[in-house]
Design a protein around this ligand. Structure first.
Ligand code: ADP
Ligand code: MG
Length: 543
């Protein structure tokens, strides 16, 4: 009989598993720490973070997703928040800080219920219900954008872009960049593909020296001797885009040929030259004046092209080659056999120009110009990187505004309105659900509260005014950073696309439900090591 009572051993010795309420609470606490990490970056008066990784590289950012990605987060539950910030970034490109904060706050509000023994599934159901009520409310109150009038439309896009930029490091030049971003997006075709806007950074010069090129521009690639003799400007050139190596193989160290005598060696060399010259002749006879290749173009080929007044660039990054193709027409060839006129692209002008310390290849007046390039100028590398991220946010906002047709007021206005709406709604239901829904409503106030805190305003005072205003039907009242007070943010043009808010609320609620539904973490002693809190530091693990 006693044998039957022997413990059942399921897991290897040393496996760490914790379960039940303490596990949920500990996960909630971890998520709170994440929310705290990005808290102060929210809004136009948000602070930036400087992160230094173990190789000493530093990144300055105000963008929630970037900060969370850069932090080396090892806690398994906390990683969920990083994932939602990333998904918000990927789907709508803005609102990453907000989504993290809302998720953190929702968890904080739900924590007492868990501690009091309310079953997580009941909380999850209420969170889902509140989220769907909120989303429905946003859809109801969002203000449609009039698309009929192109001039009005453009003005509206400018406002959206400058709102997105007003919380960034480049806020001082927000009008300049808002105009650039709107022009850039307007150059795209109807699908507004993001990868058709190239952003290139050139150190040096002032921020406002940045330019938008209607076409493709990329940094001059590595080139061999002979390149200097090639012309640097062409009008209406034919452009060959290749994925062909134009280099003698023997030049490359990895070529290994075994030969027994000199004649044999000579014949190999001759054959190689012949193959190369064959390719070059075909390219030359196609009529192409500008030759771009994804693969290297060696010195022999460079000299060959120079002798024939042609321009060449090897090792062009794939993405740039694709954009050139989209803008100039033609197609990328993998052999030199069929360089017929239809596979060659063309443009009004091609030139190589000097910008700061770099030379750029620029293709302007492209017949199919559904692509453009922003060339950013500025001092420090980190600063330009952050500018690029800010422009990305603004570009996403403008795209969203074109694609979607409604906006809501920002500055905590929409969150306060939702909070008010949910609170009102909760009065109509009984039981635990009422408490849970009003807890959700309270959590939404984190956005206006944090905006106040970050700007140094008295949050309690402002929030009281806001609640009062919304109760009186002032739907779009929110925090106004400039006036240090509340104001109608729809009138004051603090706008955000409705879809950014919808996505943020849905994602934050889903993350909350996910974390509340996990009540056990089992860590295998060996394979799980990297996931143990504190185990990752100083080990030089990749981020
Ligand atoms: P996120 O990563 O969530 O986009 P941001 O730092 O960009 O974070 O801050 C966005 C928040 O700041 C939004 O709630 C937005 O409405 C608010 N906001 C932006 N501009 C203003 C402004 N001029 N006044 C008040 N709030 C603003
Ligand atoms: Mg933003």
């Amino acid at each position: 009989m006693s044998r039957m009572q022997a413990p059942v051993i399921l897991l290897k010795e040393g496996t760490d598993s914790s379960q039940g309420v303490p596990q949920i609470i500990s996960n909630i606490n971890a998520c709170q720490a994440i929310a705290d990490a990005v808290r102060t970056t929210l809004g136009p008066r948000g602070m930036d973070k400087l992160m230094v990784d173990d190789q000493g590289r530093c990144v300055i950012s105000n963008d929630g997703a970037t900060i969370l990605k850069t932090l080396d987060i090892v806690h398994p539950a906390a990683k969920t928040l990083v994932d939602i910030a990333k998904s918000q970034d990927a789907e709508v490109g803005d609102g990453t800080t907000s989504v993290t904060l809302i998720a953190g706050e929702l968890l904080k509000e739900m924590k007492p219920f868990i501690e009091d023994g309310v079953h997580p599934q009941i909380i999850i159901r209420a969170v889902r219900k509140a989220a769907s009520l909120a989303v429905e409310k946003i859809k109801n109150i969002a203000v449609p954008i009039k698309k009929g009038n192109p001039k009005e439309m453009k003005e509206l896009l400018l406002k959206c872009a400058s709102t997105a930029l007003s919380s960034k490091l480049v806020a001082a030049s927000k009008d300049f960049f808002a105009a650039m971003v709107v022009d850039a997006v307007m150059m795209l075709d109807d699908l507004l593909p993001l990868n058709m806007i190239g952003i290139k950074k050139v150190t040096g010069g002032a921020l406002e020296d940045s330019v938008l090129v209607a076409g493709v521009a990329f940094k001059k690639t590595f080139s061999y001797a002979g390149f200097e003799m090639q012309p640097k400007t062409y009008t209406k050139p034919k452009i060959a885009m290749l994925n062909i190596e134009l280099e003698l193989k023997a030049e490359r160290e990895n070529a290994e040929v075994r030969v027994d005598n000199v004649e044999e060696y000579q014949s190999i060399v001759d054959a190689e030259w012949k193959i190369l010259y064959d390719k070059l002749d075909k390219i030359h006879h196609s009529g192409a004046k500008v030759v771009l290749s994804k693969l290297p173009i060696g010195d022999v080929a460079t000299q060959y092209f120079a002798d024939r007044d042609m321009f060449c660039a090897g090792r062009v990054p794939e993405e740039d080659l694709r954009r050139t193709m989209k803008a100039c027409g033609g197609s990328i060839q993998t052999t030199s056999q069929s360089l017929t006129p239809d596979v060659l692209g063309t443009c009004e002008t091609f030139e190589e120009v000097q910008l700061g310390g770099e030379r750029f290849n620029m293709f302007k007046g492209c017949p199919q110009a559904k692509t453009c390039t922003i060339i950013l100028r500025g001092g420090a590398e980190q600063f330009m990187e952050e500018t690029e991220r800010s422009l990305h946010d603004a570009i996403m906002i403008v795209r969203r505004a074109i694609k979607n047709d409604s906006v809501v007021a920002g500055g905590g206005a929409v969150e306060t309105e939702l909070s008010y709406h949910l609170r009102e709604h909760s009065h109509t239901i009984a039981g635990k659900e009422q408490l849970l829904i009003s807890a959700y409503a309270k959590a939404l106030e984190v956005i206006p509260r944090q905006l106040c805190d970050n700007a140094g305003f008295d949050a309690t005072n402002i929030l009281n005014k806001l609640r009062q205003r919304h109760a009186q039907g002032g739907r779009w009242f929110g925090v106004n950073i400039l006036k240090e007070d509340i104001s109608d943010n729809l009138e004051d043009c603090v706008w955000e696309p409705a879809v950014v808010k919808i996505n943020a609320l849905t994602a934050a609620s889903e993350a909350t439900c996910l974390i509340l539904s996990v009540d056990e973490t089992i860590k295998n002693p060996r394979s799980g090591q990297g996931d143990q809190p504190g185990a990752g530091r100083g080990r030089g693990r990749p981020m």
